[in-house]
Design a protein around this ligand. Structure first.
Ligand code: NAP
Length: 484
């Protein structure tokens, strides 16, 4: 059966920077199913050839290892249908164009919502009313980009709108973090080996730190960011996804519902907090200079940095805090998960400074920009006495595997085409995520909160964040990636 990918928001940034370069790379490596068509839809009036020309330029810039010789064959599969989502006649024309391109035959169709979130509902309703979600001529799937709602109520509403037209099995809620090799490798590390499992629990783990730090400020996204803030932008999706893959139990098989059942159980085990407890379970900050960014309210209290402590109340993790933190304008761009193991019960080698003791016994999973794993431990320095030094075992993806690492969108797009939803969020998963993050959003935007702490661009967040960790007897792993 042939495949058609329909992109709503064809002239936008996501399409040109991520989606089409990913599809091109898949085609080039021979992984895109033969005969896959790409059909773009947006208001800008373009011909097929004009859109192909625009995409040639952007794909050249954004697809690693672009090869001009392989472009014409790929470009032949690209088509464009101008139209406005608000205009039913334009959507009828899109439907006719798809049927023409598919020669009236069967095809797996993927509708990709790469538009602003306010268009999700109108597109879904139109697809429903035009009978375009019905699966009589092949599977029909819909990909929904982030943000999926802005709180629990809006996420529920969007799920209801989707379910009025599509069955849950047709819906793919994308979080591109789950397409990253190193995130999927967490599942391999934990469930394809037996050496980590015995220590992956409250008996041996003291705490877990998950950091998504960005070096860049909000830049031209000021308008969106000021209404979203760091909690909605990073915590509800990426950080909770990383927490789930770190904390979940082994699924009974590697299949969408089995994997998603285990992930949801983690969210269900996260302790709910009342508003008073929420204030003590986090730190927020705003980088100096944020208030003069374009699109930002000069009196804004929107946090650009956040750190939360979540407790997973189940047999494996009870009493092990999960620290989640993210910010803009931080020291460097890094996404990492640090498993901090417990210290030895007795300090035999008192020559080791205390700081050193805390830095050993750590497993660091680097997710971006460099991808790999480091195990930090103590080693005796050769010579007299028991002088200790911090050393590590290191696995680097780029050193181990030659060639290009696929961009996160590549495996995810392939999964949608083949109907594998394992790495996509289920409706209950997104709702549960919002249920966890909503109280923090409410508490942090309350007028009763003290003024927000500021931090210098290039710092690891406000000083209050380090103090908060120190008060709990712990320190943040503030290290920029050393892996290559
Ligand atoms: N950009 C990223 O890296 C990124 C990453 C993750 C998630 N996302 C999400 O992906 C979505 C798209 O983001 P983006 O950055 O690509 O946005 P964008 O650059 O603003 O693109 C929006 C697209 O929607 C089209 N559009 C707007 N109104 C329309 C209408 N009435 N009818 C038909 N098409 C219409 C625009 O084209 P016309 O003006 O030609 O109609 C444009 O192609 C958002 O939900 C965003 O949150 C983006």
């Amino acid at each position: 059966m042939s495949h058609t990918i329909v992109i709503f928001g064809a002239s936008g940034d996501l399409t040109s920077r991520k989606l089409v370069p990913a599809l091109y790379s898949l085609a080039r490596s021979g992984d895109l199913p033969a005969g896959t068509r790409i059909v773009g839809f947006s208001r800008t009036v373009l011909t097929d050839d004009a859109w192909r020309e625009t995409l040639l330029e952007s794909t050249r810039r954004h697809a690693e290892g672009f090869d001009a010789a392989s472009w014409p064959a790929f470009a032949a599969s690209i088509h464009y249908q101008p139209g406005d989502i608000a205009n039913r006649d334009d959507l009828v024309r899109l439907k006719q164009r798809l049927e023409e391109l598919e020669l009236g035959g069967d095809a797996t169709r993927v509708y990709y919502l790469a538009t602003a979130p306010q268009f999700y509902e109108p597109v879904v309703a139109a697809l429903g009313s035009l009978g375009m979600a019905v699966e009589t001529r092949g599977p029909r799937r819909i990909v929904v980009e982030k943000p999926f709602g802005t709180d629990l109520a809006t996420a529920r509403q969007l799920n209801t709108q989707l379910h009025a037209v599509f069955a849950e099995s047709q819906v793919y809620r994308i979080d591109h973090y789950l397409g990253k090799e190193s995130v999927q490798n967490i599942l391999a590390l934990r469930f394809a080996n037996t050496i980590f499992e015995p220590v992956w629990n409250r008996r041996y783990v003291d705490h877990v730190q998950i950091t998504v730090a960005e070096e860049v400020p909000v830049g031209r996204r000021g308008g969106y960011y000021d209404s979203a803030g760091v909690l909605r932008d990073m915590f509800q999706n990426h950080l909770l996804q990383l927490l789930m893959v770190t904390a979940m139990e082994a699924p009974v098989r590697f299949q969408a519902n089995a994997v998603r059942n285990e992930k949801v159980k983690v969210l269900e085990a996260i302790r709910s907090l009342d508003l008073a407890e929420v204030a003590a379970a986090g730190v927020r900050g705003q980088y100096q200079g944020y208030l003069t960014e374009p699109g930002v309210d000069p009196a804004s209290r929107t946090p650009t940095f956040g750190a939360l402590r979540l407790e997973v109340d189940n047999w494996r993790w009870q009493g092990v805090p999960f620290y989640l933190r993210s910010g803009k304008s931080m020291s460097c761009r890094t996404t990492q998960i640090v498993i901090g193991f417990r210290q030895p019960p007795l300090e035999l080698f008192t020559t080791a400074p205390r700081r050193l003791a805390r830095e050993a016994n750590r497993l660091v999973i680097q997710i971006q920009p460099a991808e790999g794993i480091q195990l930090h431990f103590h080693t005796k320095v050769p010579g007299e006495g028991m002088q200790l030094r911090l050393t590590d075992l290191e696995f680097s993806y780029s050193r181990e595997f030659s060639g290009r690492l696929p961009e996160a969108y590549e495996p995810l797009l392939l999964d949608v085409l083949t109907g594998d939803a394992s790495l996509f969020a289920r409706s209950d998963e997104v709702e549960k995520s919002w249920e966890i993050i909503d109280p923090f959003v409410r508490a942090w935007s309350s007028v009763d909160m003290p003024p927000i702490d500021s931090y210098q661009p290039g710092d690891w967040g406000p000083q209050a964040s380090a103090d908060w960790m120190a008060a709990q007897g712990r320190t943040w792993f503030d290290m920029c990636p050393v892996l290559t």
